[in-house]
Design a protein around this ligand. Structure first.
Ligand SMILES: Nc1nc2c(c(=O)[nH]1)N[C@H]1C(S)=C(S)[C@@H](COP(=O)(O)OP(=O)(O)OC[C@H]3O[C@@H](n4cnc5c(=O)[nH]c(N)nc54)[C@H](O)[C@@H]3O)O[C@H]1N2
Ligand SMILES: Nc1nc2c(c(=O)[nH]1)N[C@H]1C(S)=C(S)[C@@H](COP(=O)(O)OP(=O)(O)OC[C@H]3O[C@@H](n4cnc5c(=O)[nH]c(N)nc54)[C@H](O)[C@@H]3O)O[C@H]1N2
Ligand code: SF4
Ligand SMILES: [Mo]
Length: 876
């Protein structure tokens, strides 16, 4: 690393925190307006994440290392041949909200202007596309009309389908700060699941799955019935209200009916409606519980409708706030990386096609929208897409019905994968692998949730032959131009060249209603680009739509009719999402021991009564099948009273060697929102049963591979690994054939079975422990952290045996200092810690990144409630 201070941004979530690299330390950038120095647990672990176990270092074709020249020549030839033989729609790119704006711009220009197809889609389809469509329908342009600062000015915060305490932790800290500063500020959380975020709220509405449209239509009706509409705003700045108003006359939109249908308390619902009515300002933050739904776009518009109707938009402390997931999801939307956008917020109308093609001086232009992610992979499976270039995304894990994605990739003539990791799941399907420079090694621009452009800067050399993604695209672009005998459209020397080109293109929006205009940066020098400071667009405007002028042809915002869908009930339904400490498919966080300790194996969370109905207990294994019963996955059951009825929850992260078999998208079907094409990841209907496991096992040690088992997971520990496995049939000692030089020391012990593997030596007392295996007919609950400590130590059979007798596993709360719930309970019960402050002083928990503060508060609350219950018990 470097000695001079370098400011960059965090490569994870859309909060877009500034990071400073100074004296070999990675810390929060105290000057960055997104975080003012704060980082969450993932940001704080960035240093550790850089030591990746399997970096992709050299280009490869069919497994053989080749030069970049050979690789890019080969890729250009594959594109060229397919285009010549089958037309431009026979090739495609599938990119990601994790590439930088310059990479994105190059990819979009390559596909839409040089290949001549809009078959370029991105994992933002799985993430933000419903919000994008809702913005375009209401505002005429994909614009988030809110700033982070608005959190400090608002009277009411509504979080819909967002577990922000875990997923946007630094933003959530701002929310908590605003509540401390303003005791009148109310926080409402709308989520079928009682999340850590919901636990902190003044009001939690645990609505039935996909009840959001009904809930917000009901709110609009309530505003109407209670004379809380902003008639002046509606008549001056909007259109279409009358139709929406007429549709809300239905009996179904009355408070009592809504509460019943959503299965929530009527008084609680009325409280929310009343607060919204009464508050001078309100912010509605929403994320994947809204977007990832068959009614995702309507959910977004139902939310926007109430903001328009109450005039709570375009002013301080008010507005609908779609939170972006990935660090550059917003930048990708700006350049136009979605298949149904052309570029710079433009669609495929004749004027936009001409303007963009003229600016690019390109040989062609994609005349119609391309295939959206799910459709794209279906076309790949049908053999219609012959060449597919996948960049910075792992669709084998993250797309719905992932078995279909595996099949499609196997059939595809040529799959090109640009990644930083050689063993990302998608890499296994690649004909060509291109090594990408990763975070810290590459540079460029990212745009966060509040439309703020910040710089990522390099501070490390790229290893091996890894190169920035824009460079690889430009090389292939140049070689395609050569084959087409046209002028090279990809003659970029560096990222600044690309950024200037992109900024210049936005000038076409100047004489239009569109707000995206960065044309003032068209001529910035390399030095100005290097010294770029975080900048929000629209430039020099407090917030978009502040004067009630929208980006539609009429300048008015549109009310959109959003009929509430009928809700599914009575089925097992699988909700999925994120854990606090992992990032997506784990390629960047799975190997960091302190992050891996958060959720130690693929876990299916369910209500205790629901579990009992299937005869399932915590720690046992459940078998989950998708609606079509096609594939089955196993996961360990954990009980969670925050899940009502037949709701199930699994995290989306399990992938690769950590546990590809138990990856949740095996059980999730391809249902999408009909407008945005965004998959409904949060409402899969599934079949569930107890799996009849013959034995359960735990291995702690230095081996990464174990015998194939029906259920298997791997967790990285400091200097070793922890594998958990279970088998439907009997496991035998012979299955654990040990490596040369290892030997089994015990087998068939009274508590179950146990085996200890030690490095062989004539003298047992001189042996070192290399692995400990426990096998038992019951789920294993022993504390593995103690076993980790024994690995590599001189063999002391008695200590190992003691551990095998069993201790309950504790739950890790503070990842930074590895403080467990048991330690916190102990400090509260036995050492009299009664406040967060006390616990922080005593155990240091929550004093580094602060991501676990909500969980510590939850434990304190539990104790307080317990004490209250006891006191009540004494009185009665
Ligand atoms: N730790 C961590 N943080 C991340 C990421 C990560 O991988 N790890 N990824 C980033 C990315 S790309 C994204 S997109 C964001 C996602 O951020 P979030 O959207 O906050 O996270 P999720 O866990 O996907 O889902 C949010 C909530 O939606 C709820 N939900 C499910 N169905 C419904 C419904 O019908 N209505 C409502 N109202 N709620 C529902 C779920 O119960 C869940 O609690 O996180 C970003 N931040
Ligand atoms: N069931 C379920 N599924 C979901 C979701 C859900 O809530 N539930 N959420 C969806 C959402 S919102 C999202 S955003 C997706 C995320 O899903 P993915 O995008 O598939 O997940 P990542 O693990 O972030 O994949 C990024 C890949 O890019 C690689 N990489 C990292 N940096 C670079 C780089 O600079 N260049 C290149 N070329 N490669 C790089 C990483 O090694 C990794 O393989 O998952 C979606 N899938
Ligand atoms: S909240 Fe955490 S993950 Fe998101 S940008 Fe900030 S430090 Fe990174
Ligand atoms: Mo996302």
């Amino acid at each position: 690393m470097t000695q001079t201070k370098i400011n960059t941004t965090c490569p994870y979530c859309g909060v877009g925190c500034g990071v400073a690299i100074h004296h070999n330390q990675i810390v929060g950038d105290s000057q960055h307006p997104a975080n003012y120095g704060a980082l969450c647990v993932k940001g704080a672990a960035l240093g550790e994440s850089l030591q990746m176990p399997s970096r992709l270092l050299y280009p490869r074709i069919a497994g053989d290392e080749v030069s970049w020249l050979q690789a890019t020549d080969y890729v250009a030839e594959q594109f060229y041949q397919a285009i010549q033989q089958y037309g431009p729609d026979s090739v495609a790119m599938y990119v990601s909200g994790q590439i930088l704006t310059e990479d994105y711009y190059a990819a979009n220009k390559f596909m839409k202007g040089y290949v001549g197809s809009a078959n370029i889609d991105t994992n933002s389809r799985l993430c933000m596309s419903s919000a994008v469509a809702a913005h375009i329908r209401a505002f005429g342009e994909d614009v988030v009309p809110v700033n982070y600062d608005d959190i400090a000015y608002t009277d009411l915060l509504v979080l819909v389908g967002a577990n922000s305490a875990w997923t946007h932790p630094v933003l959530f800290r701002r929310i908590q700060q605003a509540r401390e500063d303003n005791p009148h500020l109310k926080l409402v959380v709308i989520d079928p699941r009682k999340t850590i975020t919901a636990e902190q709220a003044d009001l939690h509405l645990a609505i039935n799955n996909d009840g959001d449209v009904l809930l917000f239509n009901g709110l609009l009706r309530y505003l109407m019935d209670n004379h809380a509409l902003d008639d002046a705003y509606i008549s001056a700045h909007t259109q279409g209200f009358e139709q929406v108003e007429a549709e809300l006359g239905l009996e179904r939109y009355q408070v009592k009916q809504i509460a019943q249908e959503l299965d929530i308390d009527q008084a609680a619902l009325e409280t929310f409606y009343h607060w919204f009515c009464r508050s001078p300002s309100a912010l509605t933050l929403f994320c994947q519980g809204v977007n990832q739904s068959e009614s995702g776009v309507d959910k977004g518009n139902a939310i926007i409708n109430v903001h328009l109707a109450s005039g709570k938009i375009g002013k301080a402390g008010s507005g609908p706030f779609s939170l972006t997931g990935q660090p550059n999801a917003m930048g990708g939307r700006e350049v136009g990386g979605l298949a149904n956008q052309l570029a710079v917020h433009r669609g495929f109308d004749a004027e936009s096609l001409t303007l963009v093609q003229e600016y690019w001086q390109s040989p062609t232009i994609a005349a119609k929208p391309g295939l959206k992610a799910v459709e794209l992979f279906q076309a790949v499976e049908r053999g219609e897409v012959k060449v597919l270039w996948i960049m910075a995304t792992n669709p084998v894990i993250s797309m719905p019905e992932s078995d279909h994605i595996r099949r499609a990739l196997t059939k595809c003539d040529c799959v090109i994968v640009s990644d930083i990791s050689a063993d990302s799941d998608v890499a296994a399907y690649a004909d060509v692998l291109l090594p990408a420079a990763g975070w810290g090694e590459k540079q460029g621009m990212v745009t966060n949730s509040e439309r703020r452009l910040s710089r990522q800067r390099a501070f490390l050399p790229a290893p091996g032959e890894a190169k920035p993604d824009w460079w690889a695209i430009s090389q292939v672009g140049e070689k395609l131009c050569q084959r087409l005998h046209i002028k090279n459209g990809f003659d970029y020397r560096n990222e600044a060249d690309l950024f200037r080109d992109y900024a210049g293109l936005t000038a076409i929006n100047q004489s239009s209603p569109y707000l995206l205009d960065l044309s003032m940066f068209t001529d910035i020098s390399d030095e100005e680009y290097a010294n770029w400071q975080p900048t929000q667009w629209p430039i020099d405007v407090a917030r978009p739509f502040q004067h009630g002028q929208f980006s539609t042809p009429s300048g008015r915002a549109h009310f959109v009719s959003t009929p509430a869908p009928l809700l599914m009930q009575g089925h097992w339904w699988l909700n999925s999402g994120r854990q606090r400490d992992q990032w997506h498919t784990m390629t960047r966080t799975g190997h960091v021991a302190k992050l891996a300790a958060g959720e130690i194996e693929p876990t299916l969370y369910m209500n205790p009564i629901a579990a009992e109905s299937l005869g399932l207990q915590a720690g046992e294994i459940a078998a989950l099948r998708g609606e079509d019963q096609a594939s089955c996955l196993f996961a360990k059951v954990a009980l969670d009273e925050g899940l009502k009825g037949k709701q199930l929850f699994m995290s989306m992260h399990w992938a690769g060697r950590y546990s590809e078999q138990s990856q949740v998208n095996r059980a999730i079907g391809q249902q999408c929102d009909p407008i945005s094409g965004q998959p409904a990841f949060k409402s899969a209907l599934v079949h569930l049963a107890a799996a009849q496991m013959y034995s359960y096992g735990l291995y702690v040690g230095d081996r990464r591979t174990l015998p194939e088992c029906d259920y298997q997971s791997y967790q990285q520990e400091q200097d070793c690994g922890v594998s958990r496995f279970a088998s439907l049939t009997e496991l035998s000692k012979a299955q654990f054939v040990v490596n040369a030089g290892e030997q089994v020391l015990r087998w068939d012990l009274p508590q179950g079975w146990m085996m200890i593997i030690g490095r062989s030596s004539a003298n047992e007392s001189a042996m070192k422990v290399t692995g400990i295996v426990l096998v038992s007919p019951q789920p294993i609950t022993q504390d593995y952290t103690m076993m980790v400590a024994l690995i590599g130590q001189p063999l002391q059979l008695s200590s190992v045996l003691t551990l095998a007798q069993g201790q309950q596993t504790s739950r890790l709360i503070c990842s930074c200092f590895r403080i467990t719930d048991q330690q916190i309970h102990q400090a509260i019960e036995q050492e009299g810690c009664v406040s967060l402050n006390h616990l922080q002083q005593r155990l240091k928990c929550g004093t580094n990144c602060g991501s676990c503060v909500p969980e510590i508060r939850q434990l304190l609350n539990e104790h307080e409630n317990l004490t209250m219950d006891k006191n009540v018990g004494v009185k009665s």
